[in-house]
Design a protein around this ligand. Structure first.
Ligand code: CU
Length: 198
């Protein structure tokens, strides 16, 4: 019985380690570079209003090529910062027509945020209020720390559950064997006694 339990403990630990290693491996492999191009128009990105939906995975390196495309002296930029609102603090240069800037950042924070143009003339509407904003979605790839703990606990519990029914089975066999042995011995004794009476 002792060696059986030891075997199950080793199996359980091996399964937990394997799951942990697989989880770790998928996290390391998740990092990818995502490239986008945005034309900074009046008053949108790749459009005269709004901007394309940008979807990346958490941990991705996001590379955005910004191309100034405003009319006349009007400049535009790309901002993803506290005013988005977001936990990021990214702001490009203000680009005039024909100017190019490539910005890069690691999408560490999952969630859905607004990117926008921060240019606001001294009079009149800001570019953002004219519609120069879009949405970026950073999909959470790595499970949260507490979720991973739950998974490990669930696995351990499942393994323990499959161990437990085996113990009653073994003891049932022992009980049945013992009852049979007693019965056989009893019958034998009864036979010997009944023969010796004759
Ligand atoms: Cu603008």
């Amino acid at each position: 019985m002792g060696s059986m339990y030891r075997g199950h403990i080793i199996l359980t630990v091996t399964i937990i380690l394997a799951v942990a290693l697989l989880t770790l491996g998928s996290e390391v492999g998740a990092s990818t570079t995502r490239s986008f191009t945005l034309y900074l128009n009046d008053y949108g990105y790749n459009a005269s209003k709004g901007g394309p939906l940008i979807v990346v995975n958490q941990g991705d390196l996001v590379r955005i090529r910004l191309i100034g495309n405003g009319s006349g002296p009007v400049v535009h930029d790309f901002a993803l910062d506290e005013y988005s609102p977001s936990p990021y603090s990214i702001r490009s240069n203000r680009l005039s027509r024909g100017q190019v800037q490539v910005i890069e950042f690691v999408a560490n924070h999952p969630g859905e945020f607004k990117y926008y143009c921060s240019v606001a003339p001294a009079y009149g509407e800001s570019h953002r209020s004219r519609g120069q904003e879009g949405t970026i979605v950073v999909r959470a790839t790595a499970p949260q720390q507490d979720q991973r703990t739950t998974v490990t606990e669930t696995r351990a519990t499942t393994v323990t559950d499959t161990v437990q029914p085996q113990s009653p089975d073994v003891s049932a066999i022992i009980v049945i064997a013992a009852v049979l042995a007693v019965a056989i011995v009893g019958v034998g004794v009864w036979l010997i006694r009944s023969r010796s009476r004759r």
